[in-house]
Design a binder for this molecule. Structure first.
Ligand code: SF4
Length: 264
């Protein structure tokens, strides 16, 4: 019996090694420096000031474009790319996925923001956040009228490619087991109450992360009578993660930046 078990174990290990050899490493070894393949609109770059801004006035469906100076508010931007098509000499979308910030103002990109600038403001991070959650962070996701896209991308952060679990960051089933809430969606009226309930079920000091344009500003639905964002009044937002939906690399890098993790 002993020999049978040993042989079975060796055969199992051999098969596992064969699979590993065939598939190689599936995870992204460094989520901070990897390139995003294919088409991806990341952090916008403002290349100059318009002499005539007529082509851009009234173009943006969410009013994300500001003037004097020219700017794009990533918290409102749907990343449709229309402004870059209309004024390619003034606006360009880079592949930089590091767009998350703990400072709402830093989501507004103008020509003075350099592509390599870190948008995380360490001085604005609550003192206890890095001490308590720097090595282990459990998050509960709440979709408040979301369309499923941001939720899918958050789900992808745990897959074999991005593997957010390797940093000690996990999504959990109950707010009672969580250190913070990740909110997606514009906050529909019927989800405002459940979101508040989930938020209050997390023990203090709790994190609040707004993931995606809809959660940050309401997006296209900001002015809808069926959206109630007043529930956010008075709540401290620890992290804004832009994108429509946010790329998993945007989310992973934003959270690692908030936690001050070097291996990000
Ligand atoms: S890419 Fe963003 S800023 Fe430009 S038009 Fe679309 S939503 Fe507006």
């Amino acid at each position: 019996m002993y020999y049978f078990c040993t042989l079975h174990y060796i055969s199992y290990m051999f098969n596992q090694l064969k699979i590993w050899k065939r598939q190689g490493k599936q995870y992204i070894t460094d989520v901070t420096t990897t390139d995003v393949p294919g088409v991806f609109r990341g952090r916008p770059e403002i290349l100059g000031e318009p002499k005539d801004d007529a082509a851009l006035r009234g173009l943006c469906p969410t009013g994300a474009i500001g003037f004097s100076p020219l700017s794009i508010d990533m918290g409102k931007c749907m990343f449709c790319g229309e402004c870059a098509f209309a004024a390619p000499d003034l606006i360009r979308f880079s592949k930089n996925y590091k767009m998350g910030s703990n400072d709402r103002q830093k989501l507004i990109i103008n020509s003075s923001v350099r592509p390599e600038d870190d948008l995380i403001n360490p001085d604005a991070i609550r003192a206890e956040i890095r001490r308590l959650f720097g090595r282990s962070l459990k998050l509960r996701q709440v979709s408040a009228g979301g369309d499923g896209s941001s939720e899918l991308e958050l789900n992808a952060t745990g897959n074999v490619n991005f593997d957010i679990g390797r940093f000690g960051i996990d999504f959990v089933a109950s707010p009672r087991h969580a250190d913070g809430i990740v909110l997606t969606g514009p906050i529909s009226r019927n989800m405002a109450g459940p979101f508040k309930l989930a938020y209050e079920a997390v023990a203090a000091p709790r994190l609040l992360i707004l993931a995606g344009t809809d959660a940050i500003s309401g997006g296209l639905l900001a002015d809808s009578q069926d959206v109630d964002r007043s529930v956010l009044d008075g709540l401290h937002v620890d992290l804004y993660v832009p994108g429509n939906p946010p790329h998993p690399l945007t989310f992973v890098n934003a959270v690692l930046g908030l936690l001050g993790r070097k291996n990000r």
